[in-house]
Unconditional design. Structure first.
Length: 252
């Protein structure tokens, strides 16, 4: 396995009295795609949100154990969550561009984090759009509303918006669930292109998608991590019977 970008050790998370994540210990390799699979309600998205502390925004959440990024505890009191969320960006299930122009969507993060001066923004926006394959399509429409884009273009734009802030990790919570098969294929191709530079963690209900694009797969059930292995092992020689049952469609 590659060097770990993210790690958890005996991670537990409670929503009030509900024990959502139970003793999760996992190492997420850097510059690879890791898929998190499992039935609805098993804790996949909760685990994903642990890595940039989005769960902190939910009342009554309690976290114990360790979550490390390159060996540093992200739940330390010294951790600035704004800096963390710049380093660990998130793409949501439904594309959520801001009601601004295409240019301002991509420039928003660099402006907030003071990553670029006014004169540098056009080049940064172009570079971010090029990395997601949008530049040639949108270079003459930069001042159009981002809400005018197709769902697939919106999702690519959301990725561009993240890349503009120079993250290290991309979290993707079912990023293709609202897209048709052709748009899904394009987003999957984008993820494969990006993994050479970024650590990508994706939650998906699509077994074929996990098998196609991920290097590693984590199988969760009822808040527990039952198995973490290279994707080829998960789908051809799983070590746990419940993993076998899930990936072959016997439940879930």
């Amino acid at each position: 396995m590659n060097v770990a970008s993210l790690e958890t050790h005996k991670l537990n998370l409670h929503y009030g009295d509900f024990h959502a994540l139970k003793d999760i210990t996992v190492r997420i390799p850097e510059k690879a795609i890791t898929s998190i699979i499992g039935p609805s309600g098993c804790g996949k998205s909760t685990l994903l949100r642990v890595f940039n502390r989005m769960n902190d925004l939910i009342k009554g959440v309690r976290v114990t154990g360790q979550v490390l990024m390159h060996g540093h505890d992200i739940y330390s009191r010294r951790m600035d969550t704004a800096v963390l969320r710049k380093r660990v960006g998130m793409v949501f299930q439904r594309p959520n561009p801001f009601p601004l122009s295409i240019f301002e969507n991509v420039a928003y993060g660099p402006k907030i984090h003071a990553l670029a001066g006014h004169d540098e923004l056009p080049g940064l926006v172009e570079n971010s759009l090029r990395r997601t394959g949008l530049w040639e399509q949108l270079k003459d429409k930069l001042h159009d509303s981002a809400l005018s884009l197709s769902p697939e273009q919106r999702q690519r734009l959301c990725v561009s918006r993240l890349l503009a802030t120079e993250p290290e990790v991309l979290l993707m919570d079912e990023p293709c669930s609202a897209l048709d098969p052709i748009a899904t294929a394009k987003i999957e191709e984008l993820m494969l292109d990006l993994k050479d530079k970024y650590t990508i963690v994706i939650v998906t209900h699509n077994m074929q998608q996990a098998a196609r694009i991920s290097d590693y797969t984590a199988f969760m059930l009822l808040g527990e991590l039952l198995e973490f292995n290279p994707t080829s092992v998960i789908f051809t020689n799983p070590q746990h019977q419940k993993t076998q049952d899930y990936v072959t469609g016997r439940f879930g």
